[in-house]
Design a binder for this molecule. Structure first.
Ligand code: ZN
Length: 240
C-alpha cells in the first residue's frame, strides 16, 4: 500500500496530499488529521454510502473529492474500469431512451443508441481537450487566478471519470419514460447533470473558482451537441 507507485490520498478540505486517511492507534482505527489545514483529512471514510450519495446530490465538493481522489484510485483498476464502462453504457441507454421519447414515430432505437454513444464519446473527448488547454494555460501562468491547478496527468483520467460518474444524474429521466413529464423537469435534470459535472471537474482539476470547470464542461457540451447534430443531419440518411 505504501509503495511509491501507489496513488497518495488527498485531504478533502484543502486538497493537500496526505500519506493516509486512517491509521491504527493502539488497536483502534483513527482518522488522519491534515497537517496543512488541521482538519480531518477525509471524514467520508466513516460515512454510510447513503450519506455520501446525498452529499454528492447536494454538490458538496468534499464528497466529490472523497470519491475521485480517495475511493476510486484505491480500488482495483480492473474492477473500476468494468464499473465505469457499465455506468457509461447505462447513461448512454438513458440518453437514447430520452431521445426516443422526443423523436418521431418509427425511429429505430439502436440508431438512437448509436447517436447517443457517439455524442457521449464526443463529450468525453471535448472535456479532455478542454482540460489539457486549461491545465496548460494555468500552469503556464497565463491565467493568474487559479494557481492551485493539479498538473498531474492523473487529472485527465479523473476528468473522464467525472464525465462518466456524473452522467448517472440522467436517472432523473427514468420517470419520463413511465409518466407524462413537464418540460421544466427535463431541463432541471439536464441542469443538475451540468452542475454536478462542473463540481466534479473543479475537484478533479483541483482549481480555485469555477471558471476552468465551466470551460471544460461547456466545451464538452458543445462537442456533444455538434456531434449529435452532425449525426442527425449528415449521417442520418445513411443510418435511418
Ligand atoms: Zn487539509
Amino acid at each position: 500500500m505504501t509503495s511509491e507507485s501507489a496513488p497518495s490520498f488527498v485531504c478533502v478540505e484543502c486538497n493537500a496530499n496526505v500519506p493516509h486517511i486512517t491509521f491504527v492507534h493502539f488497536g483502534s482505527i483513527r482518522l488522519h488529521i491534515c497537517n496543512k489545514c488541521g482538519r480531518v483529512a477525509d471524514k467520508y471514510v466513516e460515512y454510510e454510502l447513503v450519506t455520501i450519495m446525498l452529499d454528492l446530490l447536494l454538490h458538496c465538493k468534499q464528497a466529490y473529492s472523497h470519491v475521485l481522489h480517495n475511493l476510486i484510485p484505491h480500488h482495483s483498476a480492473q474492477n473500476t474500469r468494468v464499473e465505469l464502462i457499465r455506468m457509461a453504457l447505462f447513461s448512454i441507454l438513458l440518453d437514447a431512451c430520452k431521445k426516443l421519447n422526443f423523436s418521431e414515430h418509427g425511429v429505430l432505437f439502436y440508431r438512437l443508441f448509436f447517436a447517443s454513444m457517439m455524442s457521449f464519446l464526443a463529450f468525453i473527448v471535448g472535456t479532455l481537450i478542454a482540460s489539457v488547454l486549461v491545465i496548460k494555460l494555468l500552469n503556464g501562468g497565463y491565467v493568474k487566478k487559479a494557481k492551485n491547478i493539479n498538473s498531474h496527468f492523473g487529472s485527465y483520467g479523473l476528468i473522464t471519470k467525472v464525465g462518466i460518474l456524473t452522467s448517472f444524474a440522467q436517472v432523473g429521466y427514468i420517470p419520463m419514460m413511465i409518466w407524462d413529464y413537464p418540460g421544466e423537469i427535463i431541463h432541471t435534470v439536464s441542469l443538475f447533470h451540468f452542475s454536478s459535472n462542473m463540481v466534479g471537474s473543479k475537484v478533479a482539476l483541483q482549481c480555485d473558482g469555477y471558471i476552468p470547470a465551466l470551460f471544460v464542461v461547456g466545451f464538452g457540451v458543445i462537442c456533444r451537441t455538434l456531434c449529435y447534430r452532425f449525426i442527425s443531419l449528415y449521417a442520418a440518411p445513411l443510418l435511418w
